[in-house]
Design a protein around this ligand. Sequence first.
Ligand code: LAC
Length: 312
Amino acid sequence: MRKKVTVVGGGFVGSTTAQRIVDSGLGDVVMTDILEGVPAGKALDLAESTPIGRTDARVQGISTASGNYEATANSDIVVITAGFPRKPGMSRDDLLRANYDVVKGVVEGVAKHSPNAILIVVTNPMDAIAQAAFKVSGFPKSRVIGMAGVLDSARMSTFVAQELEVSVENVHSFVLGGHGDDMVPLPRYSTVAGISILELLSKERIAAIVDRTRKGGAEIVNLLKTGSAYYAPSAAILEMVEAILKDKKKILPCAVYLQGEYGINGLFMGVPVKLGEKGAEKIIEIKLTAEEDAALKKSAASVRELVTVLGV
Ligand code: LAC
């Protein structure tokens, strides 16, 4: 059976995600946007690349301006990237409420037509919006997953590989917590060819890498001026989509609804998760030091604040 992935939002994150899925041949893609014409145009352009890319993936782009999500029916996965970027003068809470309204409408629309889909939530502030999507959809917690840990870990791995001048393939980084300034990169569990970076880098260099990882999204926003990152985010989404569609049982850091794991209850947070065809099939609990645990609790408190504003 052909797999079907809906990508909600035809901006840079959504369209590069659609491109990566089509190029990988993992499944058919429906890209939606509230704009008229743009999703259809991008989808047609992408479809016309398939004879050259030699993939039989079908691509369709639809406008959901009228609230009609019928074309997304029976998706295996729905990736939600739609939302407003943060504009000057907009508070975090303003962004939160604006994107909550967008995602609420999206989730109601897609859940109706794809009641068995797995939702991958990307819209910021991601952890709180993922929690909203979980509540609005009524889906089991295994089928609502937030994307950030894979991205944040990839950023950390990039910096470690650059610092040590080794292949990125040798580096494995672990970043837990919320997708915010107080995310929790874990140097102890970050390795190069299986060796902890604690043995390979000085405390100062590790602290600098941790700091740059935490500010990784902002570093790119400051350079681009008018937008945020999309190449690494879409690569991270693709890794999660592939793990699910191929039932790989791959352990990746993802935001999921915690119910007591890591001493956190009723909150979306980034933790190691086993991804397979059923979605987040298992939460892996690793032992944290007192310091790491305190950092995770601090990050949880920030996410809790946003979730409380939304009342979800
Ligand atoms: C980032 C933002 C977009 O980390 O969340 O790039």
